[in-house]
Design a protein around this ligand. Sequence first.
Ligand SMILES: Cc1ncc(COP(=O)(O)O)c(C=O)c1O
Length: 359
Amino acid sequence: MTLSSPTPLSLIDAAALWDVTPGFLDSCSYGPPPRPAWEAMQKSLDEWRAGAGSWRPWAESVDESRDLFAQLMGIPAEQVVTGAAVSQLLAPVAAAVPDGATVLVPEIEFTSGVFPFAVHEDRGVRVRTAPLAALADAMDAETFLVSVSAVQSATGEVADIAAISERARHTDSVIHVDATQAAGWLPLDAMDVDFLSAHAYKWLCAPRGSSFLTMHPQLSARHPEFAARLRPLAAGWYAGAAGAYYGMPLRLAADARAYDISPAWHSWVGTAPALEVIRAVGVAAIHEHDLALANRFRAGVGLPASNSAIVSVALPIDAADRMRAAGIRFTVMDGRVRVACHLYTTQADVDAALAAIRG
Ligand SMILES: Cc1ncc(COP(=O)(O)O)c(C=O)c1O
């Protein structure tokens, strides 16, 4: 497969690019890589080990990944920041929230979308919580910013981004969506929200350490005072205009790249081919496949069908023990078994888990 080729890839052909040992239902924790990503990364590690050449091709993977993520999210690449973690990318966003402002988050939101705001408590920034299902209703004129995962890490619940965005038009709130548990299987449009972040190591099947943040092109028009306070707080040589290696004056990139941090090269070498596979298959096909398998699992444990690739279910401890003994990889969150189905998951994986549960 040529990685730069826009050739579509069937889900079956794509799944054959994975070397996952059967029984992996833990894509919420991390996503194993397709072979092109693994091989590209190993090659770059060999080059590093041997001092075989320049780092520049490794760094080019950052812009390839940025372009691919932009395509996946329907936003121009100039509006995409690259970084190492969601929490790190949110730090400048949180610093631009005014003193005394209220930030609204779902009750069990993953902390990387909460703590960047909560650390500003000393200047009066207040983080308020509401149940996910009632988040849009909980937004009021005091809600400066809403930070919400498109898909909840703990439960797999899918947020109603359309309702939250619609409400934001009335409350004038800034919207941040964390797509870490969604990007790669759930159709998303970064143009629907002010900021969309994602760490790529789960459903985008990249190594840990490559993350994205989109910034809506109309941010300054929509929220002028907030946008004027945004600062690229970790600016270094990589945030600079081309060749900004030494000394003053400050010369930042003219686009979202000003917010980039210097890349962890080898992570990005593994990220670009993984994104290319996801893009070539298409999120719509992956969505259909992941939901069919997740709903097969749900039916098997007596749950109604849902709209999520993540299933959270209370099972007796011995059922979870039997799953482990059968070699099923999954997580337990708050005493509930959490399983996840992605493009490399097979019916056999799901059926093996169900057989173990039945004992
Ligand atoms: C919803 C969500 N966001 C973000 C992360 C990772 O956060 P960070 O990139 O800050 O490590 C996770 C990891 O489990 C997650 O589930």
